[in-house]
Design a protein around this ligand. Structure first.
Ligand SMILES: [Fe+2]
Length: 407
């Protein structure tokens, strides 16, 4: 048996030195001393890896969905469920959800924008403080937040990538003329230092400048260096696969309406906005993610036998291969979105990897769920008539903001 202790030690030392030398460290010192660990944990015995995102359990129906689906599933402690952000902004709901999930299986959680929300009665100075509290809550419940190496016949790295949005996925400025008035709740409930992250000017008014770079440089770069040096030290002959996880979207192809993987990045067809909410789609694209995230995650692809990227945030299911990377979004979404079949009404935990056996679990290509599996435009119109004015329960803290919550 190969003694892995020494190469592991060397790899981690190299990574720590590189991380200290990086630009990210200087930013960390200047803004916040709190960053998650860039070191990874090796886990033996995990058999299956699942994914789900956007649980939004502050909706009563979603918490009930979680209870019922955990009880009905065959998840066990040999399974790992990746949750790609947006469980709830409420600490109580987040803890209740994590507890429920943790009883069923191992959990890996990467926070989303909703976890960065600060409530009216919260005492957090900034959304960084709120995210730090979320991280502590996860650790308290035995939920993984640091990178993992799942050892087995089909070994897999699980790598969290923190990010935000910066308007770089925008596809039509004409439809975004009044973006400054877009009722995006993050603009009210997330708090970043205006000195360090001033609002962008037009056309991306109100998006914090530099936040994407901060998350990438400070959180992700040390992790990527560490994973890469460890992969090089340990697996020269047997390449492992890579599973990166982000809450935000890394490219335009992941946008809800993108309908043709052959189309160039700048080639958004306006005929794809055939669902009657084109303006909303265009504005959402500005707060969907960042193409810098794709650059960062793809910087590792060539060192691994396979690269799968799991993301959240858009509440529009996706599963497709694009230029050598498979992108998967499996959201629970909001009750109304399931009723409209914008999200799979029978959504469940999606199995994506078998560590003990063949590795990747493939599935049908999903570019636009509502069109491919939900009956298309006519069926959507009919369902919209049925659910118009429908009421969905949500906890009291968000009553005012829920009407203006777009995603
Ligand atoms: Fe989100």
């Amino acid at each position: 048996m190969v003694n892995r202790s020494f190469p592991f030690f060397v790899a981690q030392c190299v990574a720590i030195l590189l991380a200290i030398a990086s630009k990210g460290q200087a930013l960390t010192d200047a803004i916040s001393p709190r960053t998650p660990s860039s070191t990874f944990k090796t886990i033996h015995g995990v058999k299956r890896v699942f994914c789900l995102s956007d649980l939004h359990t502050d909706h009563v129906e979603n918490m009930e969905w979680l209870r019922q689906n955990v009880a009905a599933s065959d998840l066990c402690q040999d399974d790992l469920l990746i949750v790609a952000g947006d469980i709830s902004h409420e600490s109580r709901r987040l803890q209740e959800s994590l507890r429920l999930l943790r009883q069923a299986c191992q959990i890996f959680f990467l926070p989303g924008n909703h976890e960065a929300w600060i409530g009216r009665h919260d005492k957090f100075e900034s959304s960084f403080d709120k995210l730090y509290r979320v991280e502590r809550t996860c650790r308290m419940h035995g939920v993984h937040v640091d990178p993992l190496f799942l050892d087995g016949n089909s070994p897999l790295w699980v790598v969290p990538l923190q990010s935000w949005y910066d308007g770089t996925l925008s596809f039509n400025e004409e439809l975004c003329k009044d973006f400054g008035a877009f009722p995006w709740v993050d603009f009210i409930r997330c708090r970043w230092s205006p000195h360090d992250f001033p609002p962008m000017s037009k056309p991306n008014k109100r998006i914090p400048e530099g936040l994407v770079e901060y998350f990438h440089d400070t959180y992700n770069t040390p992790i990527l260096w560490n994973i890469l040096s460890s992969q090089t030290a340990l697996h020269r002959n047997q390449k492992s696969a890579l599973l990166t996880v982000s809450h935000f979207l890394p490219n335009k192809q992941c946008l809800p309406d993108w309908n043709d993987l052959e189309a160039d990045e700048n080639d958004f067809s306006m005929t794809w906005l055939n669902h009657g909410a084109g303006e909303m789609s265009a504005k959402f694209a500005k707060v969907a993610g960042s193409k810098k995230l794709d650059d960062q995650l793809r910087s590792l692809s060539g060192h691994f036998s396979r690269h799968v990227h799991v993301f959240g945030h858009s509440h529009r299911p996706k599963d497709f291969e694009y230029r050598g990377v498979r992108y998967i979004h499996n959201p629970l979404g909001k009750p109304r979105e399931r009723t409209l079949h914008m999200v799979n009404p029978n959504v469940t935990f999606q199995c994506i990897w078998n560590v003990e056996e063949q590795g990747e679990i493939s599935g049908p290509t999903v570019l636009r769920y509502w069109e491919q599996f939900g009956g298309g435009t006519e069926a959507l119109r009919d369902r919209l008539k049925e659910v118009k004015g429908g009421r969905y329960s949500r906890s009291s803290d968000t009553k005012n903001s829920s009407q203006s919550t777009v995603y």
